[in-house]
Design a protein. Sequence first.
Length: 289
Amino acid sequence: QDFAGRTAFVTGGANGVGLGIVRGLLNEGVKVAIADIRQDAIDKTLASLDNREVMGVQLDVASREGFKEAADKVEAEFGPVSLLFNNAGINLFQPIEESSYDDWDWVMGVNLGGVINGVMTFAPRMKERALSGEVKGGHITNTASMAAFIAGGSPGIYNTAKFAVRGLSYSLRHSMVDYGIGVSMVCPGLVKSYIYASDDIRPDNLKGDMKPVDTKAVERLAGLHEFGMEPDVIGERILDGIRENRANIFPHPDHKDEVAELFDEVLADYRDYPKDAGYDQRVAFEKMR
Ligand code: NAI
């Protein structure tokens, strides 16, 4: 994937992973739109970047209408988007059975709904432009997490959303390949960010049955994220993965063993049943054609 001269749309681009991506893209000569829910963070980031090739647009990725409006605004100013980064995300770590429907709606709405909205807004535009020859190629990158592979007891809703982002990304990768558009999923481990402060941006209408914010846990998470990867380092690794059109971008080598163990465990769940003579999936699919 070539970068220079393209326009990128980066959700959650005002901090953390997204900001690392933004800086990396600007270094490559890409025009970048930072789409973020926090206007103050957008303003601060734009001031720190001091670059005419970057613009900000306030957006709640959970809003379908908001996404379309933001996309139109950015394309009117910076031209057709051919690099999309569905990166905005929040966290909420608690077991599923202790969660409320508002917890589900909030986390799924942003972490999965935000990715869906980005794809539904931009993928048809990118495909059409590829078919007409107006813009060649392009890439869609969805930030998932190692939590798209490794499930734990407490990040129940987060795991659910990130596993779904994995499914969406793999499927979209198949359907976009014919148009020369790549799709990657990023699975970071720990990154320096303020994702621990997600409660600050939880919408009022989704605060029903919300547990009181556990300030001790937030403090612990803040401390933990201090040990995370630098945003600029992950930004560069993500661009490397896009250049190589990887389905999975794993910026943190530390987790490779865990993934190997997981797939070993999955394979170990296969029992040695004798093959059922009446069942042959390949024959069934052939007949369906
Ligand atoms: P962060 O909180 O530092 O940055 C995320 C940005 O997204 C913030 O600027 C925030 O204002 C914005 N945002 C949140 N909700 C939004 C919404 N509804 N609409 C638009 N913008 C919104 O967090 P971080 O860590 O950079 O997170 C980025 C992505 O990386 C997320 O998808 C997260 O799940 C993922 N991730 C982060 C890890 C970490 O250790 N920080 C580890 C694995 C995955």
